[in-house]
Design a protein around this ligand. Structure first.
Ligand code: PEP
Ligand code: MG
Length: 537
């Protein structure tokens, strides 16, 4: 047994024979042409054919991985119309009198090299897209449309690299998973692999000689095991069987409404902690995003994110949700979430310290920058906003004043914004106890059970040693939740839960009976929860 460790591209287990996918880069010769005009024509015709192929691929991808993920092939088609790209190819043909495939290959290499050298990981990953387009164009120009090189029987594919178009073109029946030497977690190939549910790892120096050997791929651990021994094989087979059960569940519950056995609709939303989560939010069929933890924008940055940077991120999220609700939680920094440039002082009790809304209300300019970005993004989807760590009516009044200022300023600048529902998180016992009064001021409540548990039971959520004392079903907590739902409803507020407790299947029946309107959980819990809700009276 040999174990090779690379990096996770897509989780899951695959067991089967390894198939080495040898894909030699197409050799392109340079030669002088007498009539560059004819080469320009060949280039234009090849582009037309490439666009046709990409449209066919797009349609296949829409069926298999959904519209959002399929978009990459439309982007490829758009890249073919890029002015710089076309100028480069055309100039080479006319100035150097070279053949079209040579001009395409050189331009592709130059552009891919430029992207590969960029600092930003997202742009670096785009080098693979450029290579993919370039190879397609060269293949058309050389009239060399080789077979797809697919394994004859279902196998784990090993390759130096895989292009997004190759990944989609492959027959899923023949592909158990793949392992490559190159490829990043944010490449489109990786995104497609995750969406297609194919286990995949990268960063392993695959060898031709491995072809035909028995292998197991553990996507989560980023491991490739060659000739697994009996014990390892048994463990992996058990996990594979569990994964398959989960997949069956996915297929069965995707696209359905979330309704209780008694016929009541419950909104089933997902929590998202960064932009990459958007893929799994959609993949798992969430009906909206119930908690968009905006602080990731601040934590992943080395400076206060500008209004424009935030606006772009919220707009992208809103557009991806395509009309489904996106609830953005305003900055919840402090305590365990620290960013150096905030210059926050060390505190004795950070969980009960200067954090979240307290920072925003003490530094209104910071708060206003975020609110402006959120309200501007609301012109591109169904955006709501909610405020964390509330303890008093005064805080809510002050927030509303600031929101009115922001709306007035945006209006004066002719910057569009939509109707934005406003809610608060109920994550302190204080907020739960005065929820009757608070409900008159807002549109909705979202109960943050992670913090509500911490403050109600006086158990630091960061301290592992206290786990034995922590009863997540403590009657004090359940009574507070019940009270919040009743007070919210009495004043016409809808009430949801966005803390981890919302995904606790032992409590689903209880939440439904207590009258909960929404549950927002991590994306992988959406479908199991939809099933559970359907069984609740
Ligand atoms: C919560 O406290 O339950 C919550 C959802 O917020 P966070 O976990 O981000 O503190
Ligand atoms: Mg919280």
């Amino acid at each position: 047994m040999e174990i090779y460790t690379g990096k996770t591209i897509s989780k899951g287990i695959a067991i089967g024979k390894l198939y080495f996918y040898a894909k030699d880069k197409q050799q392109v010769k340079r030669y002088r042409v007498e009539e560059p005009g004819k080469e320009l024509e060949r280039f234009e015709q090849a582009k037309g054919r490439a666009v046709q192929e990409l449209n066919t691929l797009y349609e296949k991808a829409v069926r298999e991985v959904g519209e959002v993920n399929a978009e990459i092939f439309q982007v490829h088609a758009m890249m073919l119309e890029d002015e710089d790209y076309n100028d480069s190819v055309q100039n080479m043909i006319t100035a150097q009198k070279v053949n079209a495939e040579y001009a395409v290959a050189s331009t592709g290499d130059n552009f891919a090299g430029m992207f590969a050298g960029m600092e930003d990981e997202y742009f670096r990953a785009r080098a693979a897209d450029i290579k993919d387009i370039s190879e397609r164009m060269i293949g058309i120009l050389l009239e060399r449309r080789e077979d797809t090189g697919l394994p004859p029987v279902p196998s784990i594919l090993a390759a130096e690299d895989l292009a997004p178009s190759e990944t989609v073109q492959m027959d899923k029946e023949k592909l158990l998973g793949f392992v490559t030497r190159f490829g990043s977690g944010s490449s489109h190939t990786a995104i497609l692999a995750r969406t297609m549910g194919l286990p995949a790892i990268a960063g392993i120096s695959v060898e031709k000689e491995w072809d035909g050997r028995m292998a197991a791929l553990d996507g989560a651990l980023g491991q490739l095991i060659l000739d697994p021994d009996e014990k390892t094989m048994k463990e992996l087979q058990e996990r594979l069987a569990q994964d398959q059960d989960q997949k069956r569940l996915l297929a069965e519950w995707k696209g359905r409404e979330t309704v209780t056995a008694g016929g009541r609709r419950i909104r089933l939303y997902a929590n998202a902690g960064n932009m990459t989560d958007l893929v799994s939010v959609l993949e798992n069929d969430a009906e909206g995003i119930g908690l968009f933890r905006s602080e990731f924008l601040y934590l992943e940055s080395d400076h206060f994110p500008t209004e424009e940077e935030q606006f772009q991120a919220y707009k992208t999220a809103a557009e991806n949700m395509a009309g489904k609700k996106l609830i953005i939680r305003t900055l919840d920094i402090g305590a365990d979430k620290q960013a150096e440039y905030f210059g926050l002082e060390k505190e004795e009790n950070p969980a009960m310290g200067y954090r979240a809304i307290r920072i925003c209300l003490s530094q209104p300019e910071l708060f206003k920058t975020q609110l402006r970005a959120i309200f501007r993004a609301s012109a591109y989807g169904t955006v709501s906003v909610m405020y964390p760590m509330i303890i008093s009516l005064e805080e809510v009044h002050r927030i509303r004043e600031i929101v009115e200022e922001v709306k007035g300023e945006l209006g004066a600048q002719d910057l569009p914004f939509g109707e934005v529902e406003q809610g608060i998180m109920i994550e302190t016992p204080a907020a739960a106890l005065i929820s009757g009064e608070l409900a008159r001021e807002v549109d909705f409540f979202s109960i943050g059970t992670n913090d509500l548990t911490q403050y109600t039971l006086a158990i630091d959520r960061q301290n592992e040693r206290l786990e034995q004392f922590c009863d997540p079903h403590h009657p004090a907590l359940l009574r507070l939740i019940e009270m919040v739902i009743q007070n919210g409803h009495a004043a016409g507020c809808w009430v949801g839960i966005c803390g981890e407790l919302g995904a606790d299947l032992e409590l689903t029946e209880w939440f439904v009976r207590a009258g909960i309107d929404e549950l927002s959980v991590s994306p992988s819990m959406i479908l199991p929860l939809r099933k559970k809700i359907s069984e609740a009276e």
